[in-house]
Every structure is written in C-alpha cells, then in structure tokens.
Design a protein around this ligand. Structure first.
Ligand SMILES: Cc1cc2nc3c(=O)[nH]c(=O)nc-3n(C[C@H](O)[C@H](O)[C@H](O)COP(=O)(O)OP(=O)(O)OC[C@H]3O[C@@H](n4cnc5c(N)ncnc54)[C@H](O)[C@@H]3O)c2cc1C
Length: 226
C-alpha cells in the first residue's frame, strides 16, 4: 500500500459509449508516474453533492504512464458522480486521491476465472481478463437497461459472457452465479465479485460456506449499495 496522494485530473475528451455509460479521457496530473499502475487499479475521486464533497471509487481504463493519461468509465444512474459525469466536458477538473489498491491472483494462471459484475465493474473485469495469462473466463453481468448488453466487455474467444437482468433486487444474479458454479465445480477457479453489496455478500457466502472455496481464491468488493 502506498500512502495517500492527491492529484488534479483534467478532462481532455468525452465518448458516449452507450445511453447510460460515458467514457472520459483525462490527463493524470502526475498520478501514474507517482503511484505506478497495476491491473484493476482504482482510485478515489471527489464529487460535489449538496455542497459537500463525496468520495467515490473508479477504475483506471487504458492507463498510459508515458503519456500521463488514462480514461474513466462511468455507468450512469442517480448520484453525485454520475451527475458530474453527465455534464463533464474537456477542460473540467477532478480531484483524485490514491490510497493504494492491490491486485493479487492466487497463482500466475488460475484454471478458470469466474467474474460477476455489472456496468460499473466493466473496467475492472476487462483489466482482470487481460491479466490472467489466458485463463478462460465465465463472466456474469447484471444489467438494468437493454442497451447495457452492448457495452464493451472484453471477453476473449472461448470465454462465456451471460447477461442477467436486475429486477427489483439482485436475486437473479445471485441465483445465476450459484447455479453456474455448482454445476461446474470450483477446483482451480479464481472468483472475482464486483457488483451490488448484498449480491456480493450472498455469492461470497455461498462460495465460502456452501462450496468451501478458500477465501484467497475470492476477490469480493461491494461496488455500490442498493
Ligand atoms: C473498487 C471500485 C471501483 C469502481 N469502479 C467504477 C468504475 O470504474 N465505473 C463506475 O461507474 N463505477 C465504479 N465503481 C462504483 C461506483 O464507485 C459507485 O457506483 C458509486 O456509488 C457511484 O457514485 P454516485 O455518486 O454516482 O452514486 P451514489 O451517490 O453512491 O448513489 C446514488 C444512487 O445510485 C445508486 N447507484 C450507485 N451506484 C450504482 C451502480 N453502479 N449501478 C446502479 N445504481 C447505482 C445507489 O443505490 C443510490 O440509490 C467502483 C466501485 C469500487 C468499490
């Protein structure tokens, strides 16, 4: 873990990836040179909401240390980060804090990667898939909007990608994850859980308690709270 460091990012471009998903390109204000870069790296960003500063976590997309640039993907919903991203234009600035994020695979190449996420974790899952040395993956993605299914999930030939609709709660995703894993067995799998908090908790509990998966083979992080 590195100590916290603060940086000022400057927006240099904007791409509408989908009706509910925007990519902003930024100049990194020296962040990558000072902190280095690793797969699935995330940082804390500060957004104004009702006159108060709110800290939110976001994942680096295509970090380029030499150029001092990266992009940020925003899944759009309610909230201060989304509100800011909807209106962000080149020239806007954004305060960032790096407290260190880690990435540890249990071994250099798991037999299979099983990732569960939603549009907010597409950047992390894409980075994960790049860094598992070709291990095949099963990816379950929860979606709310039909158009989300067109979002760029970087699955490779041979990977499986399943989209699961989010109804009034996240139960369908929990059921899909439980069904997929129990059917296939868990030996040699690395599990990456990055979705809504209650879903992460349920799936993680199922893996550890019901299937006896070693905690070290599960990366679980609540990305947001319903
Ligand atoms: C390590 C890490 C990395 C992350 N990386 C990214 C990233 O690269 N891109 C990204 O878009 N998000 C990412 N997230 C998720 C993001 O931090 C949260 O979604 C955050 O809550 C957004 O803040 P907000 O101010 O827009 O909404 P909040 O003020 O936190 O929430 C407002 C309302 O929106 C709902 N909401 C919040 N987030 C979501 C969501 N993702 N989907 C549906 N409803 C939601 C809440 O339930 C609430 O009702 C990451 C989270 C973590 C922990």
């Amino acid at each position: 873990m590195v100590g916290a460091k603060d940086f000022t990012l400057k927006v240099t471009g904007r791409e509408e990836i989908g009706p509910h998903f925007v990519r902003l390109h930024v100049n990194d204000g020296g962040l990558l040179a000072a902190c280095g870069v690793h797969p699935t790296m995330w940082i804390r960003l500060w957004f104004d909401g009702g006159g108060k500063a709110h800290q939110r976590a976001f994942t680096l997309v295509d970090p380029d240390p030499e150029a001092g640039t990266f992009s940020l993907d925003f899944a759009l919903h309610e909230g201060s980060a989304s509100a800011w991203a909807r209106g962000a234009q080149p020239g806007d600035i954004l305060e960032a804090t790096v407290q260190g994020s880690r990435f540890d695979l249990p071994e250099s190449r798991p037999e299979r990667v099983f990732a569960v996420g939603d549009p907010a974790s597409i950047p992390a899952i894409n980075s994960l898939l790049e860094s598992v040395n070709g291990a095949p993956a099963v990816v379950l993605m929860e979606y709310v909007h039909e158009e989300d299914r067109e979002l760029p999930v970087a699955t490779r030939p041979g990977d499986q990608l399943h989209w699961v609709p989010r109804g009034s709660d996240g139960q369908a995703l929990v059921d899909a994850a439980s069904g997929a894993v129990s059917a296939d067995g868990v030996h040699g799998n690395y599990f990456w859980l990055s979705c809504e908090a209650a879903s992460v908790r349920s799936i993680s509990k199922y893996l550890r308690k019901d299937l006896g998966v070693d905690r070290k083979r599960i990366m679980s992080m609540a990305y947001w709270r319903s």
